[in-house]
Ligand binder design. Structure first.
Ligand code: NAD
Length: 282
């Protein structure tokens, strides 16, 4: 069994990116993104802080756009338009969740596909579906990089994903399908879940329930990827009962130190990718 070291992989990605940022700067391009935070969600504030810290380390610039809880949809769209039109901004992030009275899908759609570093714009999701080059949601993108780094074969493998969110489950399924895996998506209405997961060569869990995936749900030798982040008084836990599942897995990601660090690294990767695309236009 091998533990996939997301922290070390992410460090590697960041080192390469740092060099790319320096090269871009020599050519007069400073990679920069804007992050829009609406309201005062505590977890969002932590995520934004992490993203900003990661960008500072790489020499990537960022701008925080803080909007109040009472922001109107028209004001949010106006702000997005303003950032879409600015030449110095290569990427726009809208941190979710946003207050309930606002339509997040409408907002994601408004972000220019070429600045959509989160990969949430329907045009970019469509491109992923068509297996075309695009910005891919950072969590599944980071997981695909993990498979690559550890030479984990995907073609013809049975990949089972638990969770069908737009941010993780669906783009994960499409990414694996694009690499010729045979993909099954499970969700809260799935029947006989254990029967399906027990057949998985690759099992990705993105549910949000501490220790939901137990050893009896896992095939001997499976690759187990734990996306879950479950904060409890005793600390942060994944969806997978790591201690018991690791005895059966061939590869497994820990929480923390697995998928999480790669997600942030891939976001930085997407900012640099967008800045490089801008360079090609010049
Ligand atoms: P979500 O709440 O949008 O989706 C959860 C999914 O789990 C749903 O599709 C639901 O159908 C499924 N589900 C719930 N109960 C189930 C059950 N009993 N059986 C089978 N399926 C069930 O969540 P999300 O945004 O996809 O996030 C999932 C988890 O991943 C959360 O813990 C979140 O914090 C974490 N996450 C981590 C990262 C990272 O970088 N590591 C990034 C995004 C999300």
């Amino acid at each position: 069994m091998e533990i996939i070291d997301g922290k070390a992989l992410a460090k590697n990605v960041r080192e390469n990116l740092k060099q790319e940022v320096e090269n871009l700067k020599k050519e007069g391009i400073i990679p920069k993104f804007a992050v829009i935070l609406v309201g005062s969600d505590k977890a969002s504030q932590i995520y934004v802080k992490n993203k900003n810290k990661a960008s500072e380390e790489l020499g990537i610039e960022y701008e925080e756009v803080l909007l109040g809880e009472e922001t109107k949809m028209s004001e949010l769209l106006e702000k997005i338009d303003e950032l879409n039109n600015r030449n110095d901004i290569h990427g726009i992030l809208l941190q979710s969740p946003i207050p309930k009275h606002l339509d997040i899908n409408k907002a994601f759609k408004r972000i220019l596909p070429s600045k959509d570093i989160d990969g949430f714009n329907p045009e970019n999701v469509g491109k992923l579906c068509l297996n075309q080059d695009t910005f891919v949601s950072c969590t599944p993108y980071g997981i695909m990089k993990m498979f690559e780094a550890y030479n984990i074969p995907l073609e013809g493998k049975h990949a089972v994903i638990i969770g069908r969110s737009n941010i993780v489950g669906k783009p994960m399924a499409l990414s694996l399908l694009n690499k010729n895996a045979t993909v099954t998506i499970c969700h809260s209405k799935t029947k006989n879940l254990k029967e399906i997961t027990s057949n998985a060569d690759i099992l990705v869990s993105a549910i949000g329930k501490k220790h939901f995936v137990t050893a009896d749900m896992v095939k001997q030798g499976a690759v187990v990827i734990d996306v879950g982040i479950n904060r409890t008084e005793d600390g942060i836990f994944g969806d997978v009962d790591f201690e018991n599942v690791k005895e059966k897995a061939s590869y497994i990601t820990p929480v923390p130190g697995g998928v999480g660090p790669m997600t942030v690294a891939m976001l930085m990767n997407n900012v640099v990718k967008s800045a490089k695309m801008k360079k090609l236009e010049m």
